[in-house]
Design a protein around this ligand. Structure first.
Ligand SMILES: [Cu+2]
Length: 436
């Protein structure tokens, strides 16, 4: 990736999506929208969104509360909504053909579920997602702690790229097989969509909720103008906050950061490229907060998690196969697959007994990185030394790499397991599993 591969952003543009606060019950209407994707002096773009905008409204609720959504589909194509990272009811998971019927255009579907974990989540279309997410059908889903950390601002930052012309027209080649056989659909313009509601001051303490909503692009992110720590990944608090350096977000991954503003000018979100850094967005600063006393950044309160049964863990392997430049299993019927199989059939990857612990070796036998997402559960990444690492719903596995994950399958239902490079998912890199 080089900076000159991108359209240049004339100054970092900032979009504020429409807000919808504390609405635990509301309509969510998928519909064509006009959006300012290019910098503000550029032409607007025809996109899809929710409730008149892309990103859709920021949905916020308190941990343990119910969310009641009447979803109405008006995009002219079937759709459904997935609540990414929520360990919630299977029937509400939003996967057409697995957990619900497709919601045809003109129809509606009621989603009602409890949010068991506090953290940063998101919602997005799960039908033809490689097209519908690329066109803008996504939004943030924030579950607040009962005792949130003491910060001056809680700011959601969605990071996306778009394949778009200088006249603001989104490229329509969503099923491009060359993209799907390689790294997926890469945009030529990228930006951070920063939801700032009030003036930010030098000296303020921020909570930043970063969400990679891109269909296929992995974003390394550098933050300037602040000093702080990563406190949660994929919505789950870290026992020990981590350094902000070396932050990488695969598609669908999130990071929560608590940090103090140290710059007198701006906080920047930077995408490092091989030549010049690319500024995805910035928060301009207006004055100084001299009232905030320095204090340590503490871990967020932990979410409940089942303890894995290490002694009796079932061992399984999920091998990623296919794609360009790699030997292709003869049994694959599409570009990509897992364990010799493309797409879903009647046989699950595995049927688990509820509460069973499994250690799954994710073997990337391909020439591309993959971000593997499990629905309905979080899992531990097992570190090289055998120690249980981050507790995630999406794990990035680079080409040639093998990583074990450890999961307690305690949420009953039929769950999708797939690559969140949505072009890879479109071309067969998905399977499902059952917990009963
Ligand atoms: Cu993939």
């Amino acid at each position: 990736m080089k900076r000159r591969d991108f359209l240049t952003a004339a100054g970092a543009a900032i979009l504020s999506p429409r807000l919808s606060w504390a609405a635990t019950s509301q309509d969510l209407i998928a519909e064509p929208v006009t959006a300012q994707i290019l910098p503000n002096d550029g032409p607007a773009s025809a996109m899809w969104g929710y409730n008149g905008s892309t990103p859709g409204p920021e949905l916020r609720l308190a941990q343990g509360e119910f969310l009641d959504i009447r979803f109405l589909n008006q995009i002219g194509q079937g759709s459904a909504v997935h609540w990414h990272g929520l360990r919630s009811d299977n029937a509400m998971d939003g996967v057409p053909g697995l957990t619900q019927d497709i919601v045809h255009t003109g129809d509606q579907f009621n989603y009602r579920f409890r949010a068991p974990d506090a953290g940063t989540f998101w919602y997005h279309s799960h039908n033809r997602s490689w097209e519908q997410v690329a066109k803008g059908l996504y939004g943030p889903l924030i579950v607040e702690e009962r005792n949130p950390p003491d910060v001056d601002h809680d700011i959601t930052v969605l990071i996306d790229d778009w394949r778009i012309s200088e006249t603001g027209v989104l490229a329509g080649d969503f099923d491009n097989m060359h993209d799907q056989a390689h790294a997926g659909r890469m945009g030529n313009f990228a930006r951070a969509i920063i939801n700032t509601k009030a003036l930010v001051l030098t000296g303020d303490r921020l909570r930043l909720r970063l969400i990679n909503v891109a269909t296929d692009r992995i974003f390394p992110i550098e933050l300037t103008g602040i000093e702080g720590k990563v406190v949660a990944l994929d919505g789950m608090p870290l026992a020990e906050p981590q350094d902000i350096s070396d932050l990488v977000l695969a598609p669908a991954q999130r990071a929560d950061i608590i940090a103090d503003v140290t710059s007198p000018h701006s906080v920047q979100f930077v995408f490092p490229t091989r030549d010049d850094p690319y500024v995805l967005g910035e928060i301009a600063l207006e004055g100084t907060n001299s009232n905030r006393a320095a204090s340590a950044i503490r871990p967020l309160p932990a979410n409940m998690m089942a303890q894995p049964d290490l002694d009796n863990a079932l061992s399984l392997t999920l091998a990623m196969e296919g794609g360009a430049m790699s030997p292709r299993s003869t049994s694959l019927t599409d570009i990509w697959g897992f364990n010799g199989q493309s797409g879903l059939n009647d046989n699950p990857f595995h049927s688990f007994e509820r509460g069973q612990t499994a250690r799954i070796s994710l073997v990337n036998d391909t020439r591309f990185p993959h971000g593997i997402h499990l629905h309905g559960h979080h899992f531990f990444e097992v570190q090289a030394d055998g120690i249980l690492g981050e507790f995630r719903d999406t794990t990035l596995i680079t080409a040639g790499e093998t990583r074990d994950i450890l999961c307690v399958f305690d949420n009953p239902g039929k769950w999708l397991l797939h690559c969140h490079m949505l072009g890879h998912q479109a071309a067969g890199m998905k399977t499902w599993l059952e917990v009963s």
